[in-house]
Design a protein around this ligand. Structure first.
Ligand code: ZN
Ligand code: ZN
Length: 260
């Protein structure tokens, strides 16, 4: 375990060392970062020989050269939150490079590199250092959880704006905004669908669908929109009968992939 600092006006040791780790990567690069306008680390990731590259970025990330470059080079990216919304901001700054975890205050920006006081800790998997290995594992798990959410949000949230494709509102909390439905076919999972809860109407008797089908909690759909659903329930706008579709799952069970 080692600590790194950047100080305005001095050479940036953080970027230098992260780039070195990226160059040496063989297996994977999992990166979650809020702001990014510095092409240095971007270029390093693009040219890295790591087999798997996955980035979780912020929906409010301005369309910079970095985003264009990553897109052109087919780097896998998903987007969460938006920095323009106070209740939903993908604010992580961590990167997992093979068996190394970098975590701290450093975004991949020119400001972080040249103008700010920043710190990062570099943890590396070492035999017999169980506590460190556990922390790195926890971060891998967290990365998988947010990646998974991002993959589903891709279909329902507009990248760059963070707005719902269906109702056009900003999605502050995806778990309040969407009803997550697991669809089974002949007993096996066939699909997971995110329904905009602004636009769905349930039969009044469908109250049981609010229970998570996995853990039994009542968190499968969130209270904010229930009133709206009840108001509409006598009209025949969009009636979805969940008994035909499948089972509903809460945010925690969804993120943990806890339902197969
Ligand atoms: Zn919506
Ligand atoms: Zn649950």
């Amino acid at each position: 375990m080692e600590a790194f600092f950047s100080t305005p006006g001095t050479s940036d040791s953080i970027t230098f060392k992260i780039k070195e780790d990226i160059r040496n990567a063989k297996k994977h690069i999992y990166c979650a970062v809020c702001y990014w306008d510095d092409e240095d680390i971007c270029d390093a990731i693009i040219t890295s020989k790591a087999q798997l590259k996955k980035l979780v970025l912020n929906n409010g990330l301005p369309s910079t050269g970095v985003l264009d470059k990553l897109t052109k080079n087919s780097i896998n990216m998903v987007f969460l939150g938006t920095s323009s919304h106070p209740y939903s901001n993908m604010h992580h700054k961590f990167i997992i490079i093979d068996d190394i975890l970098w975590i701290g205050s450093f975004n991949f920006t020119l400001n972080a590199k040249e103008r700010n006081y920043e710190s990062m800790i570099r943890l590396e998997v070492v035999k017999k250092k169980e506590s460190i290995n556990k922390v790195i594992d926890t971060y891998k798990k967290e990365f998988n959880r947010i990646w998974r959410l991002g993959e589903y949000l891709k279909d329902v949230v507009q990248v760059g704006k963070g707005t719902c494709n269906s109702c056009k509102k900003v999605v502050a909390n995806p778990f309040e905004h969407y009803l997550i439905d697991i669809i089974y076919s002949e007993g096996n999972l066939s699909d997971i669908v995110f329904f905009c809860s602004e636009n769905i109407t349930l039969y009044p008797s469908a109250e049981s669908v609010f229970k998570c089908s996995v853990c039994g909690s009542n968190n499968a759909i969130i209270s904010g929109n229930i009133k709206h659903i009840e108001e509409l329930s006598n009209e025949y706008e969009t009636i979805i009968d969940y008994r035909n579709y499948g089972a509903t799952v809460c945010s925690k069970c969804f993120l943990d992939g806890n339902y197969r």
